[in-house]
Design a protein around this ligand. Sequence first.
Ligand SMILES: [Zn+2]
Length: 322
Amino acid sequence: MAYYVGVDLGATNVRAAVADGEGTILGRSDAGTPRGPTGITVTEAVLSVTRGACDAAGIDPSEARAAGIGAIGPLDLAEGVVENPANLPDTIDRIPLTGPLSNLLETDRVYLHNDTNAGVIGERFHSERNPDDMVYLTISSGVGAGVCVDGNVLSGWDGNAGEVGHMTLDPHGFMTCGCGHEGHWEGYCSGNNIPRYAAELHAEDPVETALPVEDPDFSAVDVFEHAGRDEFADHVIDQVAYWNAMGVANIVHAFAPLIVFVGGAVALNNPELTLDPIREHLPDMVMSNIPQLELTTLGDDVVLKGAIASALTAGTGDRSRM
Ligand SMILES: [Zn+2]
């Protein structure tokens, strides 16, 4: 029997799974992503959960035929490493992935992707609806997209295509993005930035609200929990939805997808409040075909299952490449 390994390296968790030739998961393992001291510590955690997944599947790591990795960025694809990850401590500069995993599994067939590209590969492979032109959009601690055009998953220079969260939506730059630039989509709509945005809106117009806008623990969860019960919370959700729709409209005009799958914690935890308003706004913003917009079919496993799909299809997600 042929075995395939998938790895999902996120800022919070690192997970691995072993699947059979159909992509069915036989064993899995996960751990918290180490906060350092160095990138090698993170590499070791990746190898450790991979060994754990092999144990759970009852195979030796050398029995794996190929592996896929969906990782936080930015990547250096040529070197097979994560380079200065934005959401991990500064002491972690370089996380070697492709080489160490190749050594452990005794195979050269290790495919590295950023996590959103793994997402679109996963949707392409696993979903009933998988046209050649499709997008996977994550709205989570960051905003990003994996894009498939004419059957090719776009990678770009150093693998950084699809950083749509850093498209400028607001020329007035009301919010500053985590990357340091102003007016970026992610600065308004990521899970980390929704509470910051709400606090800024409230500072401009301090209306009555039950939201704890000045509490250091104020989070996106508070905003969505008050939906329908607090006028200011509804206003914030409306504004976030408007920026999300504008971002999706830009994606539509650039790539002409037939379907956009949306994942990430903000969307998965609040599917109606996130997706419905985007669907409502799109006809007013898009001059070409309006794509279907759906919640990811793969839930929290979208990156892990995408990594497995990559291993099965030589890095493409295309079932005809199995
Ligand atoms: Zn940015």
